[in-house]
Design a protein around this ligand. Structure first.
Ligand SMILES: Nc1ncnc2c1ncn2[C@@H]1O[C@H](COP(=O)(O)OP(=O)(O)OP(=O)(O)O)[C@@H](O)[C@H]1O
Ligand SMILES: [Mg+2]
Length: 138
């Protein structure tokens, strides 16, 4: 399914609208270039699922992972841009992330062979300065 975004706010709204569709155990891989809007999308999703519109949701650029407590599951937000070795993922708690939580992954290319088969793939493609096409494959 394709969603057209004309602004950062559109992307925030798209993520808010689909947030209730995600459930414990889902693995969501976000593809897209630097600055595509993966973190904007994840931040909006996390704020919605935690019912906290002002929650600080930093991009886990250096920590590589950040966890959040939603009412019914944890959210594990990975940014794997700086992951050097796919095996290092296990030190970040990958197996715990996959054990019934919601896992969001920026730069999933880094661990392509380790992605579960049922991974939900979201691609954000830039179509101009503020334009994006967000494609969700389930
Ligand atoms: N339609 C849009 N949707 C999302 N972000 C947009 C849009 N238009 C412009 N932007 C801008 O693009 C940038 C997206 O940044 P963001 O950190 O979310 O990218 P990213 O894909 O996570 O990059 P990185 O690979 O560095 O983690 C922000 O500065 C945001 O304001
Ligand atoms: Mg990011």
């Amino acid at each position: 399914m394709d969603f057209i975004s004309h602004s950062e706010q559109d992307t925030i709204d798209i993520a808010r609208n689909i947030a209730p569709d995600f459930k414990a155990g889902d693995v969501v891989a976000l593809f897209g270039d630097l600055g595509a809007g993966k973190s904007v999308f994840c931040r909006s999703l996390i704020r919605m699922l935690l019912s906290d519109p002002d929650l600080n949701v930093p991009s886990p650029t250096f920590s590589l992972v950040q966890t959040y407590e939603a009412p019914e599951f944890e959210i594990w937000h990975f940014d794997l841009y700086r992951l050097e070795n796919p095996e290092d993922l296990y030190e970040l708690g990958w197996e715990e992330a996959l054990s019934g939580n919601l896992t969001l992954i920026e730069w999933p290319e880094r661990i392509a062979p380790l992605l579960p088969e049922e991974t939900i793939r979201i691609s954000i493609r830039e179509t101009g300065e503020d334009g994006r096409v967000i494609t969700i494959d389930t």
